[in-house]
Write a protein that binds this ligand. Structure first.
Ligand code: HEC
Ligand code: HEC
Ligand code: HEC
Ligand code: HEC
Ligand code: HEC
Length: 195
């Protein structure tokens, strides 16, 4: 092997190694991404917040019932509690430092559909589809992971069967899995999910 080939190989190894470290060892792959559980910049636990302390999902994900996206809380939202709760913890100091420096916290996105597919939180949440139906038992997760495959089939199957979602006699959305009630009008038209 020539010196030049060796150099190229060692550069490649460095680059790949750096990419693995940079991605926290969890490469995002194409296709089924269920189980994807990247490291986050702050050791935030849904179990501690939504489980042990019973904080509502929509207390933090404030737009889940009003808009397309559920939304991620800001550092200010966190400090509304953490000014008092464990302000000296090293993990909490990362939040106050970010605020002081006026930098956003760079959470790694976990659930991410391709751009050609359209999803809308408020339509599902107002229809009474529970967060856990799609995101799993989040209140037990120390570190959040993608629960569903979010393949086209996983969406279309529910739309086809109208499973889980029901309306009362007046057409108002109510909780899921209530029997002898009218089902919602879900669609399997391509244009509903693709523009
Ligand atoms: C105290 C605030 C807080 C509460 C309460 C909370 N979350 Fe979160 N959630 C966050 C933060 C911050 C993130 C981003 C960091 C992370 O991924 O862990 C997040 C991330 C998520 C994600 C992944 C987002 C992505 O990138 O795909 C899902 C799904 C989620 N939360 C669902 C829920 C559900 C369901 C509940 C209720 C059972 C809930 N959350 C309660 C703050 C909260
Ligand atoms: C409604 C109040 C509330 C909000 C809002 C809140 N937390 Fe918490 N957080 C708590 C409580 C309560 C604990 C548990 C404290 C304990 O163990 O005594 C906690 C614990 C933590 C811990 C563990 C600290 C340690 O050292 O044990 C971290 C990290 C944390 N929260 C991050 C966040 C982040 C990031 C946000 C914003 C996305 C946030 N919290 C928003 C109430 C809140
Ligand atoms: C019918 C399935 C479904 C339900 C129900 C659902 N989600 Fe999601 N959620 C998704 C999908 C799909 C994505 C990824 C969206 C994308 O990439 O465009 C997502 C993404 C998220 C994210 C990442 C940020 C964002 O807004 O895209 C958060 C946070 C989240 N969901 C929280 C919640 C909470 C909280 C609830 C309940 C109040 C909920 N979700 C109900 C399917 C669902
Ligand atoms: C557990 C059942 C369920 C799953 C899973 C589900 N949906 Fe839905 N979807 C519904 C219900 C119920 C409605 C609301 C119908 C209504 O408001 O009448 C809906 C509505 C929608 C709408 C709005 C339709 C319109 O007419 O504008 C879109 C877009 C959509 N879903 C996309 C998706 C995508 C993309 C996925 C997969 C990532 C998905 N859904 C997974 C049950 C589901
Ligand atoms: C209920 C929502 C929904 C409906 C209805 C729907 N799709 Fe999709 N489709 C999706 C989602 C979500 C993805 C992305 C899946 C993934 O990332 O694995 C997708 C992916 C695709 C892809 C890309 C395939 C791939 O391997 O990435 C094609 C092509 C496609 N859809 C065509 C269609 C056609 C044609 C129709 C009508 C017959 C249709 N879709 C109806 C949600 C839907």
């Amino acid at each position: 092997m020539s010196l030049r080939t060796l150099k190229i190989i060692s550069i490649l190894i460095t680059v790949i190694g750096a990419a693995v470290i940079w991605s926290n060892g969890t490469f995002r792959q194409y296709g089924d991404q269920s189980g994807y559980q990247p490291l986050q910049p702050i050791n935030f636990s849904h179990k501690v917040h939504a489980g042990d302390n019973s904080i509502n999902c929509t207390y933090c994900h404030t737009s889940a019932d009003t808009s397309r996206v559920a939304g991620i809380p800001t550092a200010e939202n966190c400090m509304a509690c953490h000014d008092q709760v464990k302000p000296d913890s090293p993990e909490i100091q990362k939040i106050s430092m970010a605020l002081k420096r006026n930098e956003p916290i760079r959470w790694v996105k976990v659930n991410d559909l391709p751009d050609h597919a359209i999803f809308n939180h408020s339509r599902h949440v107002n229809a009474g589809v529970n967060c856990n139906t799609c995101h799993g038992p989040v209140e037990t997760m120390e570190r959040i992971s993608q629960e569903s495959t979010f393949s086209m089939g996983s969406c279309v199957n529910c739309h086809r069967t109208h499973k889980d979602a029901v309306l009362d006699q007046d057409g108002n959305p109510i909780k899921i899995l209530d029997s002898n009630k009218k089902t919602l009008k879900t669609s399997t038209d391509c244009a509903v999910c693709h523009h």
